[in-house]
Design a protein around this ligand. Sequence first.
Ligand SMILES: Nc1ncnc2c1ncn2[C@@H]1O[C@H](COP(=O)(O)OP(=O)(O)OP(=O)(O)O)[C@@H](O)[C@H]1O
Ligand SMILES: CCCCCCCCCCCCC/C=C/[C@@H](O)[C@H](CO)NC(C)=O
Ligand SMILES: [Ca+2]
Length: 571
Amino acid sequence: MEPVQPLTPRVLCSVLSVKSHSCEVTLDSGRALLSWKEVRPRRGRERSRAGACLAQAFQRVRGLTGTLTHRLPSAGHIVPVSEIVSVGEADVDEKYYGMQWKHMCKPHAFTVHYVQRMKKHRWRCKAVTFWCSDEQLYCHWLQALNDLLEQLACRPKRLLVYINPYGGKKKGRQIYEKKVAPLFCLASITADVIVTEYANHARDNIYEVNLDKYDGIVCVGGDGMFSEVLHGLIGRIQKDSDVDHNNPKIPLSRCYMRIGIIPAGSTDCVCFATVGINDPVTSALHIILGDSQPLDVSAVHNKKTLLKYTVSLLGYGFYGDVLKGSEKNRWLGPARYDFSGFKTFLSHRYYEGTVSFQPAKWAVGSPRDNVCCTAGCYICRQSSKQLEEQQRAETYGLQHNEQEENWTTVKGKFMSINIVVMSCACPRSPKGLSPAAHLADGTADLILVRKCSRLNFLRHLIRHTKSNSDQFDFPFVDVYRIKTFQFTPKHSEEDDSESTDLGNIGKKNFAQICTDHPTCGCSQLNSVWNCDGETLEQTAIEMRVHCQLIRLFARGIEDSHKEDDEMPSRV
Ligand SMILES: Nc1ncnc2c1ncn2[C@@H]1O[C@H](COP(=O)(O)OP(=O)(O)OP(=O)(O)O)[C@@H](O)[C@H]1O
Ligand SMILES: CCCCCCCCCCCCC/C=C/[C@@H](O)[C@H](CO)NC(C)=O
Ligand SMILES: [Ca+2]
């Protein structure tokens, strides 16, 4: 083996072996890049015979996550240090190294585990083992790599993990133990794990635990489980900082502790829309690398009482009814939404009410500009900056306080009213309910689908479950980028309870036959709100977006240029 060549004090370069190949391996500390490239690649028979023999022996040497699978193209590899999961001493099995290394004493080897991008935003943990005969050189490499990893302050070391054993296909516990825990262990992350015993266990627990002990909270489950953790964390932070969250106008305290989502639910919309895929290993790797994605949160109030926070869908009409119907069929697992979706579609109900909202005037983008939110999103950065400036100007009296101004009101009959803080992309709707909505711009998109024929509604629905057509391009659909929203149903809750008191109508909100629409059998005056997969008791609500209130272990959707089966990081 050649000795270390100190090109500059910040670049380490040696010829090390990878499988049977001699490689020039470079660690550029300044640019934080590790690269390796085969030197003098052999050709033809010579390569294949010798290579096959050595490769076989090397493949028996096990890394921490299994047999070594890394291919060695002559083009070489480059891995940012920030995407290295861990570096450790490789297990050198004397029985197998003898053949390749017979001309020298016991070899030394270290394995680098790193992130490799696959297609459709999926990440995998790959391993490559570097061999050398010189112990000092080996120690030097190990030390240099680990020193660089130590400097990555954003990486979590201690996590609090909540597992919902009943979410989705009820595989949360298995997913965590088999796919996630081994990766956390590889990355030297310690985790305190709580398997929830009842709904809201995680939420309540977050109010009690000493959060200072942790660098983040992880939830294993679906959107409902995430919502629990979200409520626990936001609630706890407001309590600790003495903020009255029941006041709909008060600015909330931001939560800097990140939340990680290991998808194990039915829709997994929050995970999908912030990572690009609902894959537990990919999410675990984003947590390990210490990614951080700010996220807008909307607070939903009724008469000065906080009802819920929402980060994905606040939906009335179609999605409210889908949720309500699906709850009766929880036993169907994720298929409950399709079943209920189909039934809800057949019932073809619409609901009357008044929608009021304030447009987000500072926002840089618009819901129909086709500019999707991506990792490091420019629109999110610009919009949040402009919002901050506007708020500062209002605070110092330089600008008129807009809180009570510029309301737009729409009164009518709606098939569906959807307010989304993010795109709401999920496997069932790959681009989401509003494909150009942004994760952290301080706005929500309001989608109003007015009363229309069954066929037209079907066309709209089909478009939003397909990835390449504009679901807003209908005369009965309007979409707005907003900051606040209010809804008053035509038949208010008070009216309903009066009717109920009269004793002649029956259940609240299911009062009389719809006079406008007698043939549809529509017997429901009000729908319910679907708030991130939970139904709300009240129909009269107000909502306000809080810009970047929380942070996730995610980075937004990366631009994917290649759709290969595997996308190795080649030089
Ligand atoms: N141990 C438990 N027993 C019963 N319910 C629980 C338990 N732990 C959590 N929950 C509740 O289960 C509900 C649903 O869970 P989760 O979101 O994980 O799955 P899902 O509803 O199938 O998926 P999605 O929300 O993505 O559609 C959540 O609202 C959560 O509060
Ligand atoms: C004609 C049949 C139409 C079937 C429609 C099926 C459902 C499509 C799912 C798209 C929903 C995206 C928004 C996500 C909302 C989540 O917050 C919530 C909780 O997980 N999920 C649902 C389905 O309400
Ligand atoms: Ca937003």
